[in-house]
Design a protein around this ligand. Structure first.
Ligand SMILES: O=S(=O)(c1ccc(O)cc1O)N1Cc2ccccc2C1
Length: 399
């Protein structure tokens, strides 16, 4: 693996890095899933350009990471996976799109690339721990790492979405729900995903705490007066499940730990509302909440990268609090221009809001773009605050 100091200028890499990624909307993703063959060719022609563009854009930011982070063995390994995958996709740059054998080979290569990158999240987290243990991390470095990881994981979500769609639509194992288009459900019943994620989180909570709060789910369809129809939308059920499962685990842990003696736990309240533009899912718990001084930490990768045992005693997955659950869940919500917002009342409980775009034409990918703005985040020495800090009175000269 070349350390960044000796990477010679690679004109092909610089060219792909100079292009902006092209965000697709859920509507556009569904068009690729239309009739058969014409779409595999168009999908191939799009991907053989877009995948290297997205890889090169985020690789430019990896190269800008602080030296001592880049030299951590885990980070160097992730960088080498990206360099190798970039090179492999470039072998298709001038391939003949009408060569069916090549198309089949391309899809198989995507599967290999996806498998290579399976453990990127854990490996990067390990790299952050290696840095903390070897050099320590000051607040400026932490701000840069937070900025980078949000963009790096969003880029990874988007690349895996492109690969998953192509391999599901045109790959060998066509065992998919015939109404789904790749991993997209054009008629996703939101209530079903809420119930599934609740039941699975409840099972874990019961196993771990021998107790779990009940849930009351209310739906409100503001667009139709009769309130009879299920609330359905175009979305990726696995993304919505990931977000809800994390929020249910947090809420259940909070409620159980805030009411250690009570067998009768205050129930969780979930509201699903379909408006004219947004589908909003609100999850309320009475788990005692969190003070404002700590609420930002919930979305910090550093806070959740504490080297605590990732598995609980009995080996089952722990409930909330240790993984990258909330920061990654927020990226999934933001990926198609939605959001995840926590609003806490310390001493009472927390409300979590998932906002999703109702219209697939508006659900555009949100992608990091490498440019001077981004690179400046990695260069400016100290980000000096332009608001007062406690104790800095008039008698101190400005630095
Ligand atoms: O910070 S929280 O208010 C909280 C955060 C996110 C969420 O989705 C739900 C929540 O309730 N909460 C997490 C947690 C874990 C153990 C013990 C007590 C608490 C309190």
């Amino acid at each position: 693996v070349k350390s960044k100091k000796f990477v010679e200028f690679d004109p092909v890499f610089e060219r792909y890095a100079s292009f902006n990624p092209s965000p697709l909307s859920l509507e556009k993703f569904m068009e690729f899933g239309g009739s058969q063959n014409a779409c595999e060719r168009t999908s191939f022609e799009f991907l053989r350009k877009e995948l290297p563009v997205r890889l090169a854009n985020i690789m430019k930011e990896i190269n800008l990471l602080p030296d001592n982070l880049l030299q951590m063995p885990s980070v160097a390994m992730v960088q080498s996976w990206y360099q190798l995958s970039f090179k492999e996709i470039l072998t298709y740059e001038n391939a003949d799109p009408d060569d069916n054998e090549m198309l089949e080979n391309f899809t198989e290569r995507l599967v290999k690339i996806r498998n290579r990158h399976t453990n990127v999240v854990e490996t990067m987290a390990q790299g952050v721990i290696e840095l903390k243990d070897s050099h320590g991390i000051d607040s400026n470095t932490e701000t840069r790492i937070q900025y980078f990881l949000d963009r790096f994981y969003m880029s990874r979500i988007s690349i895996r979405m492109l690969i998953n769609q192509h391999t599901l639509l045109f790959g060998s194992q066509l065992a998919q729900n015939n109404r789904h288009i790749g991993c997209i459900d054009p008629n996703c019943a939101v209530l079903d995903v809420v119930k599934d994620s609740y039941e699975n989180a409840k099972f874990l909570c019961d196993q771990y705490y021998l107790n779990a709060p009940e849930v009351e789910i209310k739906t409100h369809n503001a667009t139709v007066p009769d309130q009879k129809e299920d609330i359905r939308m175009v979305y990726v059920p696995s993304h919505l499940y990931h977000i809800l499962f994390e929020l249910f685990k947090n809420a259940m842990r909070a409620v159980v730990e805030y009411h250690p003696e009570d067998m009768e736990l205050p129930k969780l309240n979930v509201g699903i509302t379909k408006g004219d533009e947004d589908v909003t899912i609100k999850m309320s718990d009475q788990g005692g909440g969190i003070p404002r001084s700590k609420s930002d930490l919930l979305f910090h990768y550093m806070y959740s990268t504490a080297p605590q045992p990732m598995r609980s005693e009995n080996g089952s997955a722990p409930l909330a609090g240790y993984g990258y659950g909330l920061p990654l869940s927020r990226l999934y919500a933001r990926y198609f221009h939605g959001d995840l917002i926590l609003s806490s009342v310390e001493g009472f409980g927390t409300d979590a809001f998932i906002y999703l775009k109702l219209f697939p034409s508006e659900a555009n990918e949100l992608l990091p773009v490498y440019n001077t703005t981004a690179s400046r985040m990695y260069h400016t020495d100290t980000l000096i605050s332009d608001w007062s800090s406690p104790g800095a009175g008039t008698n101190m000269s400005r630095s």
